[in-house]
Design a protein around this ligand. Structure first.
Ligand code: ATP
Ligand code: MG
Length: 367
């Protein structure tokens, strides 16, 4: 997969940007607040239909403009195709070769991207919400259908919560909601489990080569409150049964509190170093290496699963790493042959990733 051309219009502070990226590295250099992250965000949004930062879709549209649009021409398995996404009045529309996309699967059609930003440290430092979002981005990259599946679960959850909040409810009525929630939830469990089975061993190995600590890292995912089902071995219908039973067992509590207390939306990802919580005990630098290990594993895993490398977006990460780990990352990027977009305020930090055909972009407000 390769991005041949990118066109951005009225996306955040970017008015009109047209560029032909390098097959290797494209590096955006500029001072703070110029639009470097916005450029990466436009690309991320194009490739995932999700904003890179939390917030409303309408925030993506340039102030005073009616709509934002990002268009990319990709080379995918020898054929060129153009995808485009537009945001107007807070609503997003996706296009393939100029026509409205008929499904998300048609839209993505093999486009994949891995972003690495300073916010990713949240996977270690932040709360369970941030960790789930981090995990789900990786799941979505690996299994694009997960975008639809996770929305189906979110909708079922919202419906059940609305019912719980409304007060006393007929048990048979609630059971119908539990059924849908358990079925869609089991799919989320299964997707996350499949991703972790592929990714965790790779991430642990990558960390071992960059972490420079005697203790091994471990990345894990275990659903909360799911009873004594064998999570690693159960098939999806068995997970649905387990979730439905857990929902039934917690109905009274859920009615009292007005929300659903079991399911994929309350799970967490554990990151440990030498069996101890990385959030509580690992140093800043070790936490960064834990995230770097995960990201590199994600890239390698996508390559192994799909037969090509994803597009890599690195937002200002070099300033976050010590020289040794930064050199490891730059060498990795240069050797991987991936198409990469980097942003930096200091070109010297990322020179190691540059090749002969590197595209250097000077990002300044008003351009
Ligand atoms: P840094 O080096 O500090 O990370 P940056 O070059 O990555 O800076 P961006 O985050 O890309 O900066 O751009 C930030 C600028 O974009 C801010 O000045 C912000 O006010 C502006 N901005 C954000 N959203 C919009 C919008 N919807 N319309 C216009 N401008 C916006
Ligand atoms: Mg930035």
């Amino acid at each position: 997969m390769r991005l041949l051309a990118l066109h951005v219009q009225d996306f955040r502070n970017l008015g009109q940007v047209t560029l032909a990226p390098s097959a290797h590295a494209s590096i955006a250099v500029g001072q703070n607040g110029q639009g470097k992250t916005n450029l990466l965000e436009a690309l991320y949004f194009l490739a995932t239909l999700k904003p890179l930062r939390a917030g409303r879709l309408s925030e993506l549209v340039k102030w005073g403009a009616p709509s934002a649009r990002v268009t990319g021409r990709f080379l995918l398995k020898g054929a060129e195709r153009e995808i485009s996404v537009e945001v107007a009045s807070g609503v997003r529309q996706a296009f393939v070769d100029g026509k409205k996309a008929s499904s998300l699967e048609e839209y993505f059609g093999g486009v994949s991207v891995v972003a690495f930003t300073p916010d990713d440290l949240e996977v270690v430092k932040g709360g369970p919400d941030a960790r789930r979002a981090f995990l789900d981005r990786a799941v979505f990259n690996r299994f694009p259908a997960f975008l639809r599946e996770s929305r189906e679960y979110a909708r079922a959850l919202k419906n059940r919560n609305r019912l719980l909040k409304a007060g006393p409810v007929d048990a048979a009525y609630l059971e119908a909601y539990d059924e849908t929630l358990a079925k869609t939830g089991a799919r989320v469990y299964a997707r996350r489990r499949a991703l972790m089975a592929e990714l965790a061993p790779r991430a642990q190995a990558t960390f071992a080569s960059i972490g420079r600590t005697p203790e091994p890292a471990a990345y894990g995912y275990h659903p909360a409150h799911l009873g004594d089902v064998d999570f690693a071995g159960a098939d999806e219908p068995a997970l649905a049964v387990a979730l439905k039973e857990a929902l039934a067992a917690r109905t009274r509590r859920d009615l009292d509190r007005g929300f659903t207390s079991v399911g994929p939306h309350v799970d967490d990802v554990t990151v440990t170093l030498g069996k101890r919580s990385a959030r509580a005990y690992a140093s800043q630098g070790q936490q960064r290496a834990l995230v770097l290990g995960w990201k590199i594993a994600e890239i390698e895993n996508l390559e192994a699963a799909m037969g090509f490398l994803p597009l890599l977006l690195l937002d200002d990460v070099s300033s976050e790493l010590d020289p040794e780990r930064n050199a490891y990352l730059m060498n990795y990027l240069a050797a991987s042959g991936a198409q990469v977009f980097l942003t930096t305020t200091d070109a010297g930090l990322v020179r190691g990733a540059a090749a002969k055909d590197t595209l250097w972009l000077a990002v300044r407000t008003g351009e």
